[in-house]
Design a protein around this ligand. Structure first.
Ligand code: FAD
Length: 480
């Protein structure tokens, strides 16, 4: 008999959370901490969603999306998770750029960037100050007609080199482009510039296990291998979910799954009004990624001077389409030193990431796909040679992931790494107006993606759900 992953689950919960990405985990934890009964359903055999890791023989442990996040994570983790989780967040010191326009190392914060822009790039202090103040003052309710490209043109006209310095890391951090609304850049850039780039000591495995422990302490009923097929709606409101063929009743659902997948696959467009359905269809997905994971043999080391994060490119100019092209010219190398996991065997690892289009990979035959992956690996090793000499002889494990890999493990449509483009946020926020009790908390709108963005979105949505449940309880009581 197949294992029943819902064994002993109750027939009713106050809230069902679909998906255990950082947004889903955070919403589940907050609601349980408030005393709500919460069921967390994850289709994969592991919690974490894109915040994940994998082990390979030889003591190698790779992180998939632990490359860097802003300082704000410390506050969010302390408030909504635990002091211990917040205390494990440490700063990355060496952020490097290497491209045909410039090579430099930075601590990636406002002080250092101001120094670089004025002294190395020769921009006036006044323009730099005004730019930083404008970016920091941006918020969701601002005029959204200005694009990031126009913002740069306003402060640094004709300065392709300055634009590259300011934009390249943010494109990697949330997939945003020069054509996206300027606030998607301003908010995320300012978050990083407050103090620099941070990481989680202990690795993603330690973070997710600590979160799991905290959720269990708060009473979340956690179930893996539980694929939600349907969100059930009756008389216009959420009444339950169908998972692994079983129906479980609930007043509210928080979907952490892909926004479009939630609307069109799990609910069905017949439950929404026409304008909403049109808006939801018009939401563009964000791009996907490729990665190459490389582990050095035991005893081989990487010089600390190599840095933690290296944005390298051979493209003469910064162009968004070049960052997405199958013909890769730009990649981010993350270097992992043994101090990331001080209690594990000493290992040096490298992960190369590039933004990528699903459509460049999806139509390939099995043979073409395997050959393309091998090409990606060979090309990456060729480029790594410049920063880690003789890397081919020193590496004992290498493998690649593509947009199809990300789609396979997370069910994100087209393997989207950062949810949707900006317009997805309004659709996500309007869901409960369309169907009371239906919420979405997961990567969307560029701003609400990345580790910090999704955790914060989980917090916002947990508060919405809490208010909804309190009001529903009041209306039930008053009608008795
Ligand atoms: C290659 C790569 C590198 C990245 N690097 C960084 C970085 O350095 N810094 C940073 O801040 N961010 C990074 N990100 C982005 C960051 O990882 C994500 O934005 C964030 O983790 C997404 O969280 P989420 O809450 O949206 O959920 P997701 O992680 O997208 O998880 C959604 C979950 O829902 C589950 N699910 C889907 N459908 C169902 C269903 N029907 N039933 C049950 N469960 C379901 C999935 O299995 C998954 O676990 C990176 C992303 C990628 C792909």
């Amino acid at each position: 008999m197949p294992k029943d992953f819902l064994k002993d689950a109750k027939n009713h919960y106050d809230v069902v959370v679909i998906g255990s990405g950082l947004g889903g985990l955070t919403a589940a934890n907050i609601l349980a901490r408030e005393g709500r009964s919460v069921l967390l359903l994850e289709q994969h055999y592991k919690l974490g969603g894109l915040a994940t890791w994998f082990k390979r023989p030889g003591g190698h442990l790779f992180d998939i999306s632990l490359h860097g996040f802003p300082y704000g994570m410390i506050k969010s983790c302390r408030r909504y998770w635990t002091q211990e989780i917040a205390d494990s967040i440490v700063q990355l010191e060496g952020v490097r750029f290497d491209n045909p326009m410039f090579s430099l190392t930075t601590t990636f914060n406002r002080i250092d960037f101001t120094k670089l822009l004025t002294e190395k790039f020769g921009v006036s202090e006044e323009a730099v100050t005004q730019f930083f103040d404008t970016a920091r003052g941006m918020n969701f309710f601002d005029d959204q007609s200005m694009t990031t490209g126009q913002l740069f043109e306003k402060f640094f006209p004709g300065r392709e080199d300055v634009i590259r310095l300011l934009m390249e890391p943010i494109t990697y951090a949330n997939g945003s482009t020069l054509e996206d609304p300027a606030i998607t850049y301003g908010i995320v850039f300012s978050n990083f510039m407050s103090k620099g780039v941070f990481t989680f000591q202990g690795g993603t495995d330690h973070l997710v296990k600590s979160m799991e422990h905290e959720m269990r302490r708060n009473g979340v009923d956690i179930r893996i291998n539980c694929d939600v097929q349907q969100i059930k709606i009756e008389r216009g409101r959420v009444v339950g979910v169908v998972v692994n063929g079983r129906e479980i009743k609930t007043e509210a659902v928080v979907s952490n799954a892909n926004l479009k997948g939630t609307i069109f696959n799990m609910v069905g467009e017949e439950y929404f009004d026409k304008k909403f359905v049109d808006d939801a269809h018009a939401v563009r997905l964000n791009n996907s990624s490729t990665q190459v994971y490389m582990a050095l043999k035991q005893g081989e080391t990487i010089d600390r001077e190599t840095g933690d994060l290296l944005f390298c490119s051979t493209a003469p100019l910064f162009r968004t389409n070049l960052l997405l092209s199958r013909d890769i010219t730009s990649r981010t190398f993350s270097f992992y030193y043994p101090d990331i996991r001080p209690d594990k065997p000493e290992r040096f690892l490298i992960v190369s990431s590039t933004n990528a289009n699903f459509d460049d990979w999806a139509p390939l035959s099995a043979d073409e796909y395997a050959a393309s992956k091998q090409d990606l690996i060979e090309d990456t090793l060729n480029h790594l040679e410049k920063y880690v000499p003789n890397c081919r002889e020193r590496i004992d494990h290498v493998e690649a992931a593509t947009p199809k890999t990300f789609e396979h493990y997370t069910k994100h449509i087209s393997g989207s790494s950062f949810g949707t483009k900006f317009e997805g946020l309004a659709v996500s926020r309007t869901l409960p107006e369309q169907v009371p009790g239906l919420y979405h908390a997961g990567s969307c709108g560029i701003i609400m993606s990345g580790w910090l963005g999704t955790i914060n979105y989980g917090v916002i949505v947990a508060n919405d759900v809490s208010n909804y449940l309190s009001k529903s309880a009041l209306s039930t009581t008053s009608s008795i």
